[in-house]
Design a binder for this molecule. Sequence first.
Ligand code: NAD
Length: 192
Amino acid sequence: MSPAGPVLITGGSGFTGVHLARMLLDAGRPVRLLDVAVPAAERRFVLGADADALTEDMITASVDDWSAVLDAVRTTRPSAIVHIAAVVSPEVLARRPNLALQVNLGGTVNVLEGARMFDVARTVVFSSIGVLPTRQYEPIDVAHPLLLAGEGPNTGSMARRRSAPRPSATPTCSASGSTCGSCARRRSTAWA
Ligand SMILES: NC(=O)c1ccc[n+]([C@@H]2O[C@H](COP(=O)([O-])OP(=O)(O)OC[C@H]3O[C@@H](n4cnc5c(N)ncnc54)[C@H](O)[C@@H]3O)[C@@H](O)[C@H]2O)c1
């Protein structure tokens, strides 16, 4: 582990990855991106003046390639790893479920194992937006109910949700400061 090493972001060219990279750079933390693809134009826009340097310096590798992941951690000696790389398209995953295993599961194991072998001090594994049921309130925070194992579409058990404290305040519309029609609808459907 190198305390001065960069934060290695897998999936660093993606939506979440570039925003995280931007935030870390703004906080003075060096960053390396690892991804199978370079950042697209709108992602480069988020990276701003650092887009060229980050793209030139990025590690082009797939997280399901164990030796490539190991090599990336060995050569980068990151202070932390943020693992965001994932195949997120439900349409792709429905057609190729083995890809979910290889990349989303196997890739995560590879990253964790690389971190373990090279004593990386901190590894953050992003959860999936797919763990959230229908939004109960906004902004979503850590108390928001999650779908648990055995729940979700096709399980017929959407009612079993992790309980979370009911918001104490009546939701109000940020525009009007009172309860608008949309807020009232949201309140009437929440916590059903
Ligand atoms: N977008 C959100 O609001 C949000 C919220 C919570 C969690 N998440 C989770 O974060 C993860 C990423 O979401 P996103 O919106 O940034 O998706 P995204 O598709 O924009 O980014 C994913 C990145 O991973 C890369 N990638 C795919 N397969 C790879 C592989 N084999 N090796 C290396 N890189 C690979 C892609 O090229 C892409 O750049 C997902 O698991 C998602 O569920 C997203």
